[in-house]
Structures are given as structure tokens and as C-alpha cells.
Design a protein around this ligand. Structure first.
Ligand code: NAI
Ligand code: ISE
Length: 332
């Protein structure tokens, strides 16, 4: 069975998803591409297949499209996911699911009314071999209980649209999801600490976020989106009897000219290449009738709820409670 995929948004992420889908995922074919900038859609379609269509509606309403990838900017996610649900089509929506918890709850209401899970959120770290190994180790019990998780999330330079606020809602949202997934608990409270900002950006950069999990585990997240030297994501899980630390995927350690080490990519695509591939394959397998995979709409909502608390904490300087609605049975 081949799942025919329509792509909305042919920028950095849409282009990468199209490439992976056409080169490294089984049972999928890219059949339709749309972008507000038609030239981008044409470039992606020319490289990876599919016809260029006028707009997002022409992807979602297209009879030849079985399933949809939404890789357009964050504010477009809610209306496009709702349109996919109205058309009864599986959708892989890039993170964040919505800009606010109200937006996410609208999506949850539409999906629960349908009574089946069609939404997967693009929290690809859940498929990263390093995070998977960390979770497997924790769940084995060999290290005892988790006590702390230390995270570092650095970008070489921030996109032009980045603000102090979306460092939380767009960037640290990955840690909001991975902490919940890895530790198997929710975030109860968020604190944001603001160090002296870099002079190389006009925003509160870096920031340190503290998540107090419901079972007492504490998560620290350094977000620094103008670190200058490259893309760098780190994680160390500290447990009662040992620790588990992510090792970035690099093929060689190079000793040369009095240096010993490895390179850092310019952005997230090389660092999480395998995660994106496995994420897409899992989504295609689910669309072909397998069990739902990856982060659900509920997980998307939960991450945005933590982000909302983080934004309030950034503004007030106070530790802020995360408030959550009751979880519908569809997501048990
Ligand atoms: N999972 C991950 O690691 C990452 C996820 N993202 C997420 O992916 C999404 C896209 O980000 P990027 O690819 O970096 O942005 P981008 O700016 O490179 O690409 C977005 C594209 O969407 C197009 N677009 C805008 N409105 C549209 C509409 N209504 N219909 C069709 N196309 C439209 C734009 O013309 C642009 O080509 C964002 O939601 C972002 O948060 C981004 C980077 C990494
Ligand atoms: O989602 C992503 C970007 O939107 C965000 O800006 C980066 O900081 C993340 O590392 C990347 O995975």
C-alpha cells in the first residue's frame, strides 16, 4: 500500500521532509506540494516529486492525497490541522500544534468528535536514537529513579522572527515534550531565569527554564539561540545510581592543528536526521492502518500548556503553575 502525501509549506522543514519521504521512507509518495511562495513549491516538487497545487486547501481537499504534512509557520497550524480533520485525513503537523492552549483544545475537540487519532505532532526527538536509549535505560530501572534532567538547546543564530517569547514557545517546546515523554510525568510548575543577555541579539538570550515535574523531578533547560558556534543539543539524565548522557551523532573525532573534537552542524537537520526519518516512517505506517505513533494532539496541547506557563513566568519572574484540562479517553 502506498500512502499519497500532500505537503503544505516547502521551506526548510517541508523541503527536508519531502527529501526524506522520497529517499528514505517506504510506502509513501509525495503527490502534491503547496507553498505561499510558489517558487519554493516548484523547487521541492522538481526535486522530490508531486504536482504543485495552488494552496493548502488544494492539498487537503485533493482526492489524490491520503495524508498531509503541515510544515508552514506556527500560526497556520491550527486552521490547517482542523481542515485535515474535517477532511478525515491523517496529518503530521510540525511543532508547536497551536499558538495557545485554546487553539490546541479546539483541535482536541475536533479529533475526539471524530473518535479516532489522526493528528501526529512533529516532536521528532521521541524518535531520536539517543533519547530512545535514554528512555529504555530509565525504564529498565537499572539506574534507579530519575532525579534531574539537564538540557542544553543552542542554535548558532536565531531566525529573524525569533523573540524572547518564541524561544520558549517555539524552541524550548521540544524540551517541554521530551521531558514529559522521557520521564512519564507532567510539568507542574515553570520558572524562567534570565542571565545577562548576549550583546549579539536583541532579545533575552540565553534563558534558563526550570520545570518542576509532578513527581518532584527537576528539569533544567538552557536555551541559547545565538550561541555563534553551531547547533548543539545536549541532555543528561541524573538518576539514583548513575547518569545517562546523549552523545551527538558524529562519524569521527578529528585531531588536527592542535584541536581534538568533532564539528557542530549549522542547524537541527543533520543532528536529528535519523529522528526525522523514523518519525516519518512511523507516521506513514500509522496512516497505512498501523497504531497511532509519536506525539498526539494531547501531547501537543500539554507542551503548549507548559509554554504558556513559561511565557507567564518570563513576564512575571515568578514560578508559574501549569494548568491542564482533563484528558479525553481517546488519548489514554
Ligand atoms: N521539528 C523540528 O525540528 C522543526 C520544526 N520547525 C517547524 O516547522 C515549521 C516550518 O518551519 P521552517 O521550515 O523553518 O520555516 P520556513 O520559513 O523555512 O518555511 C515555511 C514555509 O511555509 C510557507 N507558507 C507560509 N504560509 C503558508 C500557507 N498558508 N500555506 C502554504 N505555505 C505557507 C512559506 O512560504 C515558507 O516557504 C514551523 O512551524 C516550525 O516551528 C522548524 C524547524 C525545525
Ligand atoms: O524546531 C526547531 C526550530 O523551530 C527551533 O528554532 C530550533 O531551536 C529547534 O532546535 C528546531 O528543532
Amino acid at each position: 500500500m502506498t500512502i499519497k502525501v500532500g505537503l503544505i509549506g516547502a521551506g526548510v522543514m517541508g523541503g527536508d521532509h519531502a527529501r526524506i519521504l522520497s529517499t528514505s521512507v517506504g510506502g509513501a509518495e509525495l503527490v502534491a506540494v503547496s507553498d505561499a511562495d510558489r517558487a519554493r513549491a516548484e523547487a521541492v516538487a522538481a526535486s522530490y516529486g508531486g504536482g504543485v497545487v495552488a494552496d493548502a486547501e488544494a492539498v487537503i481537499g485533493n482526492d489524490a492525497v491520503d495524508a498531509v504534512i503541515v510544515a508552514s509557520p506556527d500560526p497556520t497550524h491550527k486552521p490547517l490541522v482542523l481542515a485535515c480533520l474535517a477532511a478525515g485525513k491523517p496529518v503530521l503537523c510540525e511543532k508547536p500544534l497551536g499558538l495557545t492552549t485554546d487553539e490546541c483544545l479546539e483541535i482536541i475537540a475536533a479529533e475526539t468528535a471524530l473518535g479516532k487519532r489522526l493528528v501526529q505532532v512533529g516532536f521528532m526527538r521521541r524518535f531520536d536514537p539517543g533519547y530512545v536509549a535514554m528512555k529504555t535505560t530509565l525504564d529498565s530501572g537499572d539506574l534507579g529513579q530519575a532525579l534531574m534532567l539537564h538540557c542544553v538547546h543552542r542554535n548558532e543564530t536565531a531566525a529573524s522572527y525569533t523573540t524572547s517569547e518564541n524561544m520558549i514557545a517555539n524552541t524550548a517546546v521540544h524540551e517541554m515534550d521530551i521531558a514529559r515523554w522521557l520521564l512519564g510525568t507532567d510539568v507542574a510548575r515553570v520558572t524562567v531565569v534570565t542571565p545577562r543577555p548576549t550583546r549579539l541579539a536583541r532579545m533575552q538570550d540565553p534563558q534558563i527554564l526550570l520545570f518542576h515535574m509532578t513527581d518532584g523531578v527537576v528539569v533544567t533547560v538552557e536555551v541559547f539561540v545565538n550561541c555563534q558556534y553551531g547547533y548543539d543539543v545536549r541532555g543528561e539524565l541524573v538518576c539514583e545510581k548513575g547518569t545517562a548522557t546523549l552523545t551527538p551523532p558524529h562519524d569521527i573525532t578529528l585531531r588536527q592543528a592542535r584541536h581534538d573534537g568533532f564539528g557542530h552542524p549549522a542547524d537541527w537537520r543533520p543532528r536529528f536526521a535519523e529522528a526525522y526519518r523514523v518519525e516519518l516512517q512511523a507516521w506513514i505506517d500509522a496512516a497505512a492502518g498501523g497504531p497511532p505513533a509519536g506525539a498526539s494532539a494531547w501531547d501537543g496541547y500539554a507542551a503548549t500548556a507548559v509554554a504558556e506557563a513559561g511565557l507567564a513566568a518570563l513576564k512575571s519572574g515568578a514560578t508559574t503553575e501549569v494548568t491542564m484540562a482533563d484528558r479525553p479517553g481517546l488519548y489514554d
